[in-house]
Design a protein around this ligand. Structure first.
Ligand code: HEC
Ligand code: HEC
Ligand code: HEC
Ligand code: HEC
Length: 206
């Protein structure tokens, strides 16, 4: 039977046993340190890339920012303010990673110049971009919206007749927020009615 002490010694020796140039343990240790830094750094990167300043550094003030300024989601009665990423970036896990990869494509598009850097270009692409966003929101059951508008906050008895009717219909017909609440933070694309038909068609096929 191996005593505790010899076992510890064995592990200790194994830990520092050389592998080619470096002790195995030293390599493991280095791995942990580098891994730790990477996790910390990517967490910070995610945090930074979720800030409004980051988004509006490309989505320049005069476009999306001014459209959004003054809407209820910018200045609400309660002082709660929705930032870009609260609506646009699903909060965690795989979805977050997928969204970040898509965002990397946006960044790429920005730098190769096929962009939305003028009002004209934005209007030209708005339909396409809105369709992407609507599709994402339909797929996620409007996850961004629901992070603030929880079941509890959506108490029907506190709502006016129109909202109550709408939200009863929403339950019965299995509709999600974005089905009825398009264009709440931005101007709608000029041809949004046709786009909406197309969107619903795409989804009814599945
Ligand atoms: C480096 C520039 C840049 C940054 C930073 C940036 N975007 Fe974009 N974004 C773009 C460009 C360019 C497009 C248009 C892509 C195209 O034309 O296909 C775009 C498109 C979009 C779209 C339209 C839907 C889609 O999938 O293309 C949304 C929504 C969006 N961005 C939200 C955001 C949010 C939210 C942030 C901050 C978390 C952000 N963007 C940060 C450049 C950027
Ligand atoms: C960061 C939290 C937050 C997020 C995310 C959010 N909302 Fe809101 N929403 C609010 C607040 C706060 C109000 C204003 C309530 C008030 O002042 O009475 C509001 C108001 C509204 C209203 C009432 C509009 C009006 O003109 O009175 C609608 C509709 C709405 N939100 C839909 C949505 C939808 C759809 C989404 C997702 C695309 C969404 N919200 C995302 C917090 C949020
Ligand atoms: C079937 C359509 C439909 C769906 C789906 C829907 N709504 Fe509504 N919603 C309405 C209508 C209609 C109103 C009333 C609008 C008005 O009075 O101008 C409304 C009003 C609201 C209001 C304002 C409530 C108030 O008291 O004035 C909020 C906030 C809101 N919706 C959020 C949401 C959120 C969040 C979702 C998803 C969980 C959602 N809605 C899904 C139709 C819908
Ligand atoms: C309250 C939720 C909400 C907030 C806050 C919000 N957006 Fe959006 N955004 C949407 C929705 C919903 C769409 C899909 C098109 C529509 O319905 O207007 C959209 C569409 C877009 C598009 C595609 C082009 C277009 O106009 O349709 C871009 C780009 C975009 N958002 C960027 C931003 C940026 C940048 C911010 C922050 C300054 C922001 N959004 C804040 C909900 C939001």
């Amino acid at each position: 039977m191996v005593s505790d002490m010899t076992l510890i010694k064995k592990i200790w020796r194994w830990f520092w046993s050389p592998s080619k140039k470096w002790a195995l343990g030293a390599l493991l240790l280095a791995g942990f340190v580098v891994g730790g830094i990477t996790v910390f750094a990517s967490h910070k990167t995610l945090e930074w890339t979720n800030s409004e300043g980051f988004c509006t550094s490309c989505h320049t003030m005069q476009f999306n920012q001014t459209e959004y300024t003054g809407t209820v989601h910018d200045v609400s009665k309660t002082g709660v303010r929705a930032t870009c990423s609260q609506c646009h970036v699903p909060e965690q896990g795989l979805n977050l990673m997928i969204r970040k990869a898509q965002a990397a494509n946006d960044v790429y598009q920005h730098f190769i110049g096929k962009t939305i850097d003028t009002k004209e270009k934005l209007e030209e692409r708005r339909g396409l971009l809105a369709m992407r966003e609507w599709t994402r929101m339909k797929k996620s059951d409007s996850a961004g919206c629901r992070s603030c508008h929880t079941e509890m906050n959506m108490d029907l008895s506190n709502q006016n007749l129109r909202a109550r009717t709408g939200h009863t219909l929403a339950k019965n017909e299995n509709k999600t927020c974005i089905d009825c609440h398009k264009g709440i933070a931005h101007e709608l694309p000029a041809n949004w009615v046709e786009l909406e038909k197309q969107l619903n068609l795409n989804f009814s096929k599945k």
